[in-house]
Write a new protein. Structure first.
Length: 448
């Protein structure tokens, strides 16, 4: 009996080993076919119907929306990093904005309000946690109070739900330690979420519908060769397709120009550095506390932002980054520096705002210089409460005359291509809505 069992067991092991070997051989064959198909020597006339370049939240949302609207298409998404959502999407504040700041009638205003409501629904459907912690935009003096009224009117025109003007006593009911405010706009539906998690969920949806995500594919050139569009990547692979949509964020201008698009606008990278409240001082903040923005400058100013992990981020500042992915002072790319130094538009912006820029650089280097801005809202904040935190890089689109491109913009000058040239904040909040807009444009342009 034991001999029979031993023989039987040996047979089973042999069969299992044979099956594993066959499975490995099949996988190897598939990999070989894949590599041959995508290497530069490929002679295939077309591999995909459409390729999306860029694995941030806008690219992933667009790829997902394309297959929801056109499930018959063969679509791939290319991302230069080994993981998705690692740059602007993975370094933002995590706020679900409600569309208060934006010019009524602009794409920003429309897509933000719609996108925020759809984000909450999407997160409910996918069991992605979020918090509706609300937001106060706080005026600390009479001048800011006047600007607050203008901002409130914008919010009402943009149909921001639940918006209310509150007095000092009401501020303290919402944020007991925000004793520096005299009036504020309260947005109870503003929330927070992990946008990287949301973006990667879009990727999961895309793959579930038959889409293919290719990470480690750094696109170097996009070339229309007549019957097809060839995308050459740094890893010596070539992907061929009928149509291309680029959502390349910090590299959006370069990719568009590599495909024959215009050089305008140009991306200038600005780094925003955050501080954090020490864990034992997080009780000072309940929700988002923002200043009244100064219309002279393109940034919202230093604010308090709760995070999904319980942290409280404080900031950001705004300093010129040393490279397009320059998350620290030491991250410098000489070619990026040269490109910025020779771009006339940056000089036209920098010269009249030199004082502001220098102050931001000093605040970046010396934490105590940021303290006064924070104590205007919460006087109890002390220098010992603050530690250095994360940083992000904002892809600021700028024209040659030094003007900042504030709204979403697209380049459709290249045959068979659509380039998203500017997708600024609130791009994450707007991602589901802007994805549908891009798909509609693509369907008309490419006759999908």
């Amino acid at each position: 009996s034991s001999g029979i069992n031993a023989e039987y067991g040996g047979t089973q092991l042999s069969l299992a080993a044979s099956m594993l070997a066959r499975k490995a051989l099949c996988q190897y064959a598939r990999n070989v076919r894949w590599n041959l198909t995508h290497r530069s020597s490929s002679t295939a006339s077309s591999v995909y119907d459409l390729v999306v370049v860029g694995g941030g939240i806008v690219g992933l949302g667009t790829a997902r929306a394309l297959l929801l609207a056109h499930p018959q298409l063969k679509i791939a998404l290319l991302e230069k990093e080994t993981e998705l959502a690692t740059h602007q999407t993975g370094h933002n504040s995590g706020v679900i904005h409600m569309g208060i700041y934006y010019t009524p009638g602009s794409l920003k205003a429309k897509l933000c309000v719609e996108g925020a409501l759809r984000t909450y629904d999407y997160c409910d459907e996918r069991a992605i946690p979020y918090k509706k912690c609300g937001k106060l935009i706080v005026a600390t003096n009479d001048e800011e109070s006047e600007r607050l009224d203008v901002l409130y009117d914008k919010g009402l025109q943009n149909n921001v739900p639940g918006l209310a003007m509150v007095d000092k006593q009401q501020i303290l009911e919402i944020e007991p330690y925000c004793t520096g405010g005299i009036r504020a706009i309260h947005s109870p539906n503003t929330g927070i979420v992990d946008w990287k998690r949301v973006a990667r969920s879009y990727g999961t949806d895309f793959e579930a519908k038959g889409g293919r995500i290719l990470t480690g594919y750094e696109v170097k050139e996009i070339k229309d060769v007549g019957r097809e569009i060839r995308i050459d990547c740094a890893n010596s692979y070539r992907v061929t397709t009928k149509h291309v949509i680029t959502c390349a964020g910090l590299h959006s201008d370069r990719l568009a120009m590599s495909a024959g698009g215009t050089g305008n606008p140009t991306i200038i990278p600005f780094r925003g550095e955050y501080l954090e409240l020490r864990p034992d001082r997080r009780y000072l903040v309940n929700g988002n506390i923002y200043p009244v923005p100064n219309p002279k400058f393109p940034f919202l100013g230093v604010h308090f932002t709760p995070r999904m992990d319980g942290a409280i981020w404080v900031g950001p500042n705004a300093v010129l980054a040393g490279s397009r992915e320059g998350y620290t002072w030491g991250a410098v790319d000489t070619s990026d520096i040269f490109e910025m130094a020779t771009f006339k538009g940056l000089w036209k912006l920098a010269v009249p705002n030199l004082s502001y820029g220098m102050k931001e650089m000093v605040k970046s280097a010396v934490i105590p210089f940021q303290l006064a801005d924070l104590q205007k809202f919460i006087p109890e904040v002390k220098l010992s409460d603050l530690v250095r935190g994360s940083a992000g890089v904002r892809a600021q689109a700028m024209t040659e005359d030094g003007s900042l491109v504030e709204d979403f913009s697209f380049d459709e000058t290249c045959h068979g291509m659509l380039h998203v040239r500017n997708a600024p904040s609130p791009a994450a909040t707007s991602s589901l809505a802007i994805a549908d807009l891009i798909v509609d444009r693509a369907a008309k342009r490419f006759q999908l």
